[in-house]
Ligand binder design. Structure first.
Ligand code: AMP
Ligand code: GLY
Length: 423
C-alpha cells in the first residue's frame, strides 16, 4: 500500500516508525515530517494545516490510505475534504473532531448521555462568568472553549486570581478560543490518558499512559503539550479500563453516532481517577503526544490493520492487538524556555549513538538536518523512550540515553514516572 501520514511531531515519528514496520506498507510519505521521520518515510514539505496543498498532493499521488496525526487539520475539516476526493482516511470529520475542538460540545454530549465528568458552566459574558465563579470553591478551573495547544486551562487558587484570569480570557488571551469560557468543578485524583480506536459504531480499547503536563519537576510551572509519559499506568487497572469503556468510551461512540456525527479515529480520553470512579476531563480526537510514543512502543502487533478496519467500519471483525508487557518511559527534551520563548537552530549531537543504546528508541519532534548537523527546530525537540523489565529500569535507561545526548539548550524533567515509582 501507498500511505500518507500527516504531521511533524514526536507522535508522528512514532506513527511513522510503527507504520513503516507493517508488511502491508510499500511506500510511506509524510507531510511535513522532521529529521527523524525522514529516516523511515519520504518527506513531503507541506504543513499539516495547509489543506489545499494536501488535497492537491493526495490527488496527484493516488494514496491508498491517509493517516492524520495532529488536531489542527482535523478541526479544519481535512478529513471531510480528503473523503470528498475518494481517498480512504483515518481520522474524525470536522463535526466529530468537535469532541476536541470544542469543550462545550463535549460537555453537552456528557450531559445528554450521562457520561461522568466535572460539573460546569459555559459563558460568553464576563459578568455572568464572575457571578458563577462566586458559587464555586477554590481551586477554580477555567478553560478556553476552543483549541489552545493544550495550554487553554488555568487553575487559580484564589477568587481574586480567578477573576483576573477571566478578564484576560475575555480580552482574548487565547484569541477566539477564549471568547467562550468554561468554569468547572475541581476534581481530585490521579490523571491517566486512555486511548481507544473507533469506527463510528464501536470502540476497541488500546492501553493507557500517564503524561506530565507541567514544565518543571514536581508538577510545577506552566502547562505544556507534555514533558514525558510512561505506560502502563499502574493506577489504570483492568477494572478501571472496563469501567471507562462501559461508562465513558462506548456511550460517547454511541452518542456521537446517534447525533449523526460518528467518530472514526483515535479517541483519547483524559481521565481523572476520582474516589467516585473515573471521570472525563476532556477528549482529544487523536493520539496524545508524548503518550503515543510509549503506547506504540508497547504495541506488538501491526497498527495498520486496526486503522484500516476503523475506516471501513469493520472494527468488530478485527483481531485483538497484542501488547508487550515491558513498561516504556518517554523523557521529552525541549528547548530552554519552552513553553515560553525559546531558540531554534541550536546544534544537537549524539542522538544516533543514544538511539543505539539498549532498548532505547528516540523519536524526533522539532528537529531538522542541515548538512550533517542535527538542529533544534521547535519547542519540544526529542522524545527519549526506553523499555525495561520494570518501569524503574525503563526510566533509568531513558535518562542514561538523555545523558548521552549533547545539547546545551536542552530542558527536561528529571522526575518522569514519579507518581508510579512512588507507590
Ligand atoms: P485539559 O486541557 O482539559 O486536559 O486540562 C489540562 C489539565 O488541567 C488537566 O490535565 C488537569 O490536570 C487539569 N484539569 C482540567 N480540568 C480539571 C478539573 N475539572 N479538575 C481538576 N483538574 C483539571
Ligand atoms: N499529551 C497531551 C496531548 O497530546 O494533548
Amino acid at each position: 500500500m501507498k500511505l500518507l501520514l500527516i504531521g511533524s511531531g514526536g507522535r508522528e515519528h512514532a506513527l511513522a516508525w510503527k507504520l513503516a514496520q507493517s508488511p502491508l506498507v510499500d511506500t510511506l510519505h509524510c507531510a511535513s515530517g522532521n529529521a527523524g521521520i525522514a529516516d523511515v518515510a519520504d518527506i513531503v514539505p507541506i504543513a499539516a494545516d495547509d489543506i489545499l496543498s494536501l488535497l492537491g498532493l493526495v490527488q496527484r499521488e493516488a494514496y491508498d490510505f491517509v493517516v492524520v496525526g495532529p488536531e489542527q487539520p482535523l478541526a479544519l475539516g481535512l478529513v471531510d475534504a480528503l473523503q470528498d476526493t475518494g481517498v480512504k482516511v483515518f481520522g474524525p470529520t470536522e463535526a466529530a473532531a468537535q469532541l476536541e475542538s470544542s469543550k462545550a460540545f463535549t460537555k453537552a454530549l456528557c450531559d445528554k448521555y450521562k457520561i461522568p465528568t466535572a460539573s460546569y458552566g459555559v459563558f460568553t459574558d464576563l459578568g455572568e462568568a464572575k457571578a458563577y465563579l462566586k458559587t464555586m470553591t477554590a481551586p477554580y478551573v477555567l478553560k478556553a472553549d476552543g483549541l489552545a495547544a493544550g495550554k487553554g486551562v488555568v487553575i487559580p487558587e484564589t477568587l481574586k486570581d480567578a477573576e483576573a484570569e477571566l478578564e484576560e480570557f475575555f480580552s482574548g488571551k487565547f484569541g477566539d478560543a477564549s471568547k467562550r469560557v468554561l468554569i468547572e468543578e475541581f476534581m481530585r485524583g490521579q490523571e491517566a490518558s486512555f486511548f481507544a480506536i473507533s469506527d463510528g459504531k464501536t470502540a476497541l480499547p488500546l492501553i493507557a499512559a500517564q503524561d506530565h503536563k507541567r514544565a518543571f519537576d514536581g508538577d510545577k510551572g506552566p502547562n505544556t503539550g507534555g514533558m514525558g509519559a510512561y505506560s502502563p499506568a499502574p493506577v489504570f487497572t483492568d477494572a478501571v479500563m472496563a469501567d471507562v469503556m462501559k461508562n465513558i468510551i462506548l456511550p460517547t461512540v454511541h452518542g456521537m453516532a446517534k447525533d449523526e456525527h460518528p467518530f472514526v479515529g483515535v479517541l483519547f480520553a483524559g481521565l481523572m481517577l476520582t474516589e467516585d470512579g473515573p471521570k472525563l476531563i476532556e477528549y482529544n480526537a487523536r493520539f496524545g503526544d508524548p503518550e503515543c510514543q510509549v503506547v506504540l512502543r508497547r504495541l506488538q502487533s501491526d497498527l495498520l490493520p486496526l486503522l484500516i478496519a476503523a475506516e471501513a467500519g469493520d472494527l468488530d471483525k478485527v483481531e485483538q492487538p497484542s501488547w508487550f508487557n515491558e513498561p516504556v518511559a518517554n523523557v521529552v527534551l525541549a528547548a530552554k524556555g519552552y513553553p515560553g520563548k525559546y531558540n531554534k537552530g541550536t546544534e544537537i549531537k549524539g542522538v544516533d549513538a543514544a538511539n543505539e543504546m539498549d532498548d532505547v528508541v528516540i523519536f524526533h519532534a522539532g528537529t531538522k538536518r542541515e548538512g550533517d548537523k542535527l538542529l533544534a527546530n521547535g519547542g519540544r525537540v526529542l522524545n527519549v523512550t526506553a523499555s525495561g523489565e520494570t518501569l524503574e529500569q525503563a526510566v533509568k535507561r531513558a535518562y542514561a540515553a538523555v545523558d548521552a545526548i549533547d545539547w546545551d539548550d536542552k530542558q527536561f524533567r528529571m522526575d518522569i514516572a514519579h507518581h508510579a515509582l512512588k507507590v
